[in-house]
Ligand binder design. Structure first.
Ligand code: F0G
Length: 382
């Protein structure tokens, strides 16, 4: 993997880097690793939790079931410090907010953005305010925002209402906006595409993501384009975006006023980056489709039980989508065109532990057994 490992300290832990006890040296976070591609200068204060460098996991057993004609890889961004891909954007957005002298930052969120914003603001010493749709946030995400010291406002409305308020407040008050409307978020998140290419040694043929507010599909497409323009990759993937059927404005071609889905992370009816998402779809020759909640839950269980990757429900949307495309012969055709199995990367955007209630609801009940060897063997079916 080719990344820049600079020796100049920015995070105060430089004495650890390169020390004989750490071999290889600790990953320094994505700003230091991809500095040349990011709008930072030597004087930008780098606010990092050493995010990025998340594993790209080959998942042949899962592929065998959901898309046997594809080589499937999972980009496990649930392995980021706060458990979601938002940390990629947040290290940039909070570093730039700190550079600009912000003392208060705000975001609307379906949960992960708020957890990430709270964490990075805690590091930076910036006050963090998060607006969440009341009763629609997965338990773990709410716990994160609260314990990390954010001012948490449960709004009696949905994400789109919360984002409208946040935008208006940032227009009229000196408050830093941490939603993906902030271009620095996109720059941070595009590093996910760099990592995929650096790990694979090439671009994948297809890149699948869940789509909510449409920042991440925008960011990945930007990242692939930048590597392509530099000649670091010879081709770009087709972008495959998936929304939940009850919250699928980009599939319907119009906003949805009352979005509904079990995948609360992507329960969004008016995506802020709708235009860019459609552009990514069209420029890449990809598609944006929807999957039902039932398909999402099946795919979530499959990813956990066939690939060992426990993502939250939203991350299962692209996996359900890949299965749907596979059933329609999409990857068979790609395989014929390429003369090999197409490489498909699907981003697992958030950790399953964030939403334990949904997992327990689909995971089933434990078998209760007396504390004896015989009872355990019997329960095992021996
Ligand atoms: N996956 C997860 C786990 C998410 O939390 C989100 C968005 C997405 C996918 C969709 O990404 O919005 O860039 O299209 N979560 C936001 C939040 C909205 O507030 O945490 P997107």
């Amino acid at each position: 993997m080719e990344v820049e490992m600079k020796s100049a300290p920015h995070n105060g832990a430089a004495h650890l880097n390169g020390s004989p006890t750490m071999n290889p040296p600790m990953w320094r976070g994505l700003i230091e690793s991809y500095r040349k591609y990011l709008p930072v200068t030597e004087s930008t204060p780098v606010v990092t939790l050493h995010e990025g460098n998340t594993p790209l996991i080959h998942a042949p057993r899962l592929a065998q079931v959901i898309a046997p004609d594809a080589e499937l890889y999972l980009k496990f961004d649930g392995a980021n410090p706060t458990g979601s891909f938002k940390d990629r954007g947040m290290t940039m957005a909070v570093s730039k907010a700190k550079e600009a002298g912000a003392t208060v930052a705000i975001c609307a969120s379906t949960g992960n953005t708020s957890a990430s914003a709270a964490a990075y603001c805690a590091v930076a010493g910036i006050r963090c305010v998060v607006l969440l749709p009341r009763n629609q946030i997965a338990l773990g995400k709410l716990a994160q925002a609260l314990i990390q010291g954010a001012t948490v406002l449960a709004i009696e409305g949905n994400f789109d209402d919360a984002l409208r308020i946040v935008r208006e407040l940032c227009d009229t008050h000196p408050i830093a906006l941490l939603n993906s409307l902030n271009p620095y978020r996109i720059d941070g998140q595009k590093t996910g595409a760099f990592e995929v290419c650096d790990f694979l040694g090439a671009a994948p043929d297809f890149h699948a993501v869940p789509v909510g507010n449409a920042g991440n599909i925008t960011a990945y497409w930007k990242g692939y384009n930048e590597y392509f323009a530099e000649g670091r990759i010879a081709s770009r993937p087709r972008m495959l975006g998936f929304q939940a059927a009850g919250a699928a404005p980009l599939v319907l071609g119009h906003g949805v006023d009352h979005p509904e889905t079990i995948a609360t992370a992507i329960r969004i009816g008016h995506p802020a980056r709708a235009v860019e998402a459609v552009q990514a779809r069209d420029e890449s020759g990809g598609l944006i489709d929807s999957v039902t909640d039932q398909e999402i839950l099946v795919a979530q269980k499959q990813a956990a039980s066939l690939a060992g990757i426990f993502g939250e429900p939203a991350c299962a949307a692209p996996l359900a989508g890949i299965a749907k495309l596979s059933r329609a012969g999409y990857f068979v055709r790609a395989r014929q065109e390429l003369g090999r199995k197409p490489v498909v990367v699907s981003v697992v955007t958030g950790h399953g532990l964030k939403d334990p209630n949904t997992a327990i609801a689909i995971g089933g009940e434990p078998i209760v057994a007396p504390a004896t060897n015989e009872a355990v063997l019997k329960a095992m079916g021996f």
